[in-house]
Design a protein around this ligand. Structure first.
Ligand SMILES: Nc1ncnc2c1ncn2[C@@H]1O[C@H](COP(=O)(O)OP(=O)(O)OP(=O)(O)O)[C@@H](O)[C@H]1O
Length: 373
């Protein structure tokens, strides 16, 4: 990684503030404060040990440093929790100080987006990415597929609706909604052709629950998408001379498959249908990127019994809304050993990570956009 050094007028102030913060909290012996220096880069802060040192640098040391700075730098900076210790090398320095620990940080606090749906959609068209906060956006080509989790009332459906609306302006959308609720209604309003809802929503028959037949219908729709995916792959192979390419070379639009309450889909279905569903989902998520087939899923918790690990691991944008605790977070962010700091933002607040995008180095706080009428 090439990092650029960063100097602005208040750089020295913040560096001496950081030193004062870690002076007593990081080390047991005050003399150890002469055994490191701190520098600022565009990407964050670098802790540079100056050898010989009398302390051990390991994952626990890094986590402690991160935890101390995380609170102390709020709200001047927002720290981004990396999944593992970030060691960087520093060129042109003497051997005793040619490496450092990167604490990724962004100046200021990212702000929640607020606007009417059409304002937010216009913003996304201008950017080419889907805006999530003022300085965070989702590039679905680079970081395919999304998963939003959170308990009831945390703002999942709300966030899903926002992404749906933006995506329906970019490409084709398919809405699978076992509740026949917000997502289905929004899809109907947006003129989406493919809306898959359980029979009771259409027939008004309260006797029939979701049931296995509904999941069969969902699987049939997903298999059509799968056929489209293979057709696109084949066309791309025929059409291109490039090694690295994707559906955009064919001049076609992406397809976004939205599934709300994914776990509820499987209630009442036979083991065989469930397996068929999970296998189809796996093929779409693993093979979809180049063909421009993207999944956007929402569920209470990304438990492995509902969402195969391989599906979860292939999803780049992961969001957890509402109550964040180690019990629910470990399903979505299994790599995470320490709890991240969460913004106190009420509805639609939580944490997010975007894999595959160098702008986002780890897990950061998120406040989902507020849609004004
Ligand atoms: N970003 C936000 N800005 C403003 N209000 C929000 C935001 N996110 C959620 N809300 C509010 O929180 C309420 C609950 O959100 P939502 O219905 O999406 O929760 P949920 O997690 O989908 O719950 P359920 O699983 O019961 O549907 C919404 O009706 C909305 O008023």
């Amino acid at each position: 990684m090439i990092l650029s050094s960063h100097k602005d007028s208040d750089s020295n102030d913040i560096l001496s503030y950081i030193k004062s913060v870690i002076m007593y909290t990081l080390f047991s012996d005050a003399e150890q404060n002469a055994e490191y220096t701190i520098e600022q880069m565009d990407e964050g802060f670098i802790f540079i040990p100056i050898y010989p040192i009398t302390y051990v640098i390991d994952e626990a040391f890094y986590n402690k440093l991160f935890t101390i700075l995380n609170l102390a730098l709020t709200p001047m900076y927002t720290l981004i929790r990396p999944l593992t210790m970030q060691v960087i090398t520093l060129d042109g320095k003497e051997p005793s100080r040619s490496r450092g620990l990167l604490i990724p940080a962004r100046k200021g606090k990212p702000q929640r987006l607020k606007g009417t749906l059409s304002e937010l959609v216009t913003q996304s068209k201008e950017k080419g990415d889907i805006p999530i906060m003022d300085i965070i956006s989702w590039n679905y080509v680079r970081s395919p597929h999304a998963l939003i989790t959170g308990v009831s009332g945390s703002g999942k459906s709300y966030a899903l609706k926002y992404i749906f609306k933006v995506c329906s302006n970019i490409g084709e959308t398919i809405a699978i909604d076992p509740k026949g609720s917000d997502l289905a209604r929004l899809a109907k309003q947006s003129g989406t052709k493919d809306i898959v809802i359980p029979p009771f929503v259409n027939s008004g028959d309260g006797q029939n629950g979701i049931g296995g037949k509904y999941l069969q219908e969902v699987v049939a729709v997903l298999k059509q998408v799968e056929s489209e995916m293979y057709a696109r792959q084949s066309r791309l192979y025929q059409a291109t001379n490039r090694v690295s390419t994707d559906y955009r070379e064919l001049g076609i639009k992406p397809v976004f498959v939205f599934i709300d309450e994914l776990a509820a889909l499987m209630t009442g279905a036979s083991k065989q249908v469930k397996q068929d569903f999970q296998e189809t989902l796996t093929r779409l998520v693993v093979l979809g990127r180049e063909a421009g087939i993207y999944l956007v899923l929402a569920m209470q918790s990304a438990r492995a019994e509902y969402l195969p690990t391989i599906v979860r691991d292939s999803i780049s944008l992961r969001v957890q809304l509402g109550r964040i605790n180690s019990e629910n977070t470990r399903f979505l962010f299994p790599e995470l050993s320490e709890m991240p700091m969460v913004p106190i933002g009420g509805k639609g607040s939580g944490i997010l990570s975007i894999a595959g995008d160098p702008r986002y180095a780890g897990i950061e706080p998120v406040l989902t956009p507020t849609i004004l009428d």
